[in-house]
Write a protein that binds this ligand. Structure first.
Ligand code: SF4
Ligand code: SF4
Ligand code: SF4
Length: 273
């Protein structure tokens, strides 16, 4: 029987910035509590942190709100479409998972991701790409993600994607002045498993509002199909060139900062969300 597609609904109006989701994520994934995550240190003593190879989920302050940033587990993931060796797989239940044994370290996924999510382990001899896993093992067992289970105020909830979309729309209907009339993630980049509600326009939260509604891999294909020679020559290997070209400069800058931060043992912002 086909598995129901799961999702997380992050209601930014409910988030109190406690970062219990960060701690739970670190514990679940066996990640070090570095960069101040869940240290209990007052937020004002820390600069804004970013995603890193050891932080798959961050709660950032934007326009007076707390906003989680983590992999959106796109319905049609661009990371998977550009990976020449098939290291990324979209599972039926929703998670986009990564197989480090297949990865050859080209980092096309990092360049292609419209949300600038995947990070690279610069400090390892055999580096891996790192990002939120959507707690795929738990989801496969029918359990909620660690971050949603840890949220004390129900700002992050786990469930069937259809049900969560209906729930989000109902919240908007019942409190039209309390929400922007949009559920972010229903259509962005062809739809994602991570859905967001907010009372502040999403662009003011640093979230991309310029993304097309159709899946980016489809767009990639359409652009390429208008250039017959490239299609013939490139085939699957060149599947991500449109996005890669678009993102290369931006990612190079972000990677430079990350590499510097990794060698200095300090995390620095990795670039735009
Ligand atoms: S947000 Fe980026 S890394 Fe996550 S599934 Fe989408 S394209 Fe892949
Ligand atoms: S879904 Fe799992 S891996 Fe992703 S942020 Fe939540 S706890 Fe971390
Ligand atoms: S655990 Fe819930 S309330 Fe706390 S920061 Fe995360 S989403 Fe916000």
């Amino acid at each position: 029987m086909a598995q129901t597609k799961k999702a997380l609904l992050v209601d930014i109006t409910r988030c109190i910035g406690c970062r219990a989701c960060e701690t739970a994520c670190k514990e679940k994934n066996g990640l070090p509590m570095d960069d101040g995550a869940a240290s209990g240190e007052p937020r004002s003593n820390r600069g804004e942190r970013e995603l890193s190879a050891t932080t798959y989920n961050v709660v950032q302050e934007r326009s007076g709100r707390f906003v989680r940033n983590f992999c959106r587990h796109c319905n049609e993931p661009t990371c998977a479409s550009v990976c020449p060796v098939g290291a990324f797989t979209k599972l039926e239940a929703g998670p986009v998972v990564y197989d480090e044994d297949k990865c050859m370290g080209c980092r096309y996924c990092m360049m292609a991701c419209p949300f600038h999510i995947p990070r690279y382990e610069w400090n390892r001899v055999t580096p891996r790409v790192r990002k939120c896993t959507f707690c795929a093992d738990r989801v496969e067992q029918g359990k909620p993600t660690a971050c949603s289970e840890a949220c004390p105020v129900g700002a992050t909830t786990f469930g069937d994607r259809d049900v969560l979309i209906a729930e989000a729309q109902a919240r908007i209907r019942e409190n039209p002045n309390g929400y922007v009339n949009h559920v972010y993630g229903v259509e962005e980049a062809g739809g994602t498993s991570m859905l967001f509600l907010s009372d502040v326009p999403f662009e003011q939260l640093g979230m991309r509002v310029d993304l097309p509604r159709e899946p980016l891999p489809l767009l990639t294909f359409r652009v390429l199909s208008k250039i017959p020679d490239i299609v013939v020559l490139g085939g699957v290997m060149l599947g991500g060139i449109w996005w890669i070209t678009h993102r290369r400069e931006e990612v190079a800058k972000a990677e430079g900062a990350e590499r510097q931060a990794a060698s200095a043992g300090v995390r620095k912002p990795g670039g735009p969300a």
